[in-house]
Design a protein around this ligand. Structure first.
Ligand SMILES: [Zn+2]
Ligand SMILES: [Zn+2]
Length: 321
């Protein structure tokens, strides 16, 4: 499925089979998760995609050739972080997620909305046993970046998750297993999503723009909605943190300094490091995290994106090959 231009639907196309270069592996794609970042690329909110582009950065594939690290036939996962220079000030200080020259899967290089893919083997992960392909795919971005956001939210005992989609439904399970109390913020009157959040252990679920029933230690904002930032700051106690997990957000409205006062912290989370991935993929089976997925054939990628856009999905959308 090819993106020719932002603003246009993806189209079915034939391109030459990708050839792995040194250090790369070739994969037969078995499943690929659909991420909100894909929507931001389609909508032109991320402005520098390779074109034409194969989207998709939550790839579960089977190694068909190349590489020293993985044997043929092994299942591997390909995440958003596809390559770093290993040399810039961020890479050499353990923050490769911020690499100046990073290349991202399904943005700078072709991704997994396709039958075949290639990837730098150093940035791939073994898929944990016990996860079918479609249930593993959402772990690779919704899970990994959600996990980094959770880590950067600190030692929160009361944790808000605003925007209860693919990431939040995974991180809710991790947070509950860690003994935190989760407060799920959704669109107003979205009873189905609020019920879903409670079924995964949230102690409260309600309208994210309204105050929660008690002060929170931290809020992770997954929804790409800037207006939720002041709402989240209003919800956290002194010294609390608001973490914005998405790559793009609508403008944040002005708000009184009083909302930030009291040593409240507002920060974003960008991308992932390989260490985040290794940690999270080791943790997920111990929780155990169960992902809820809605599957689509590859040719129905536009429909999957439309359902993500409208908020109609429960959990994650995954393309199946
Ligand atoms: Zn993603
Ligand atoms: Zn770098």
């Amino acid at each position: 499925m090819l993106l020719d231009q932002p603003g246009e639907p993806l189209r079915v196309g034939e391109i030459p089979d990708p050839e792995p270069r040194a250090g790369q592996i070739a994969l037969r794609v078995r499943a690929c998760g659909v991420c909100r970042t894909d929507l931001h690329i389609v909508d032109g909110e991320l402005t520098r995609p390779k074109l034409p582009l194969v989207l998709g950065h939550q790839i579960v594939g089977e190694v068909v050739s190349g590489g020293a690290r993985f044997e043929e036939g092994v299942r591997v996962g390909v995440p958003w972080l596809g390559w770093t220079d290993g040399a810039c000030r961020y890479c050499v200080s353990g923050r490769e997620n911020l690499c100046d020259r990073a290349k991202f899967t399904g943005y700078d290089v072709d991704g997994g909305y396709a039958e075949l893919a290639v990837a730098d083997e150093r940035f791939c992960f073994p898929i944990p046993e016990g996860y079918p392909d479609v249930e593993a795919a959402p772990l690779l971005c919704a899970g990994l970046i959600g996990y980094r956001s959770l880590r950067l939210a600190g030692e929160a005992e009361t944790l808000g998750l605003y925007g209860f989609g693919a990431s939040a439904h995974i991180i809710c399970q991790v947070a509950v297993a860690q003994g935190r109390r989760v407060f799920a913020g959704t669109r107003a009157n979205d009873d189905a999503t609020q019920d879903f959040a409670r079924s995964l252990g949230a102690v409260w679920a309600g309208d994210a723009s309204a105050p929660p029933p008690e002060e929170l230690d931290a809020v992770i904002v997954f929804a790409p909605v800037g207006a939720l930032v002041p709402a989240a700051l209003r919800a956290v106690r002194k010294g609390g943190a608001v973490v914005c997990a998405g790559i793009h957000m609508s403008d944040i409205p002005t708000f009184p300094y009083e909302l930030l006062w009291g040593e409240r912290v507002l920060r974003s989370v960008a991308n992932l490091t390989r260490e985040d991935g290794e940690e999270f993929l080791a943790l997920a089976p111990t929780v155990p995290v169960r992902t809820e997925v809605e599957t689509f054939e590859l040719e129905r990628a536009n429909e999957a994106l439309a359902r993500l856009r409208s908020g109609a999905l429960r959990g994650s959308a995954v393309l199946v090959l």
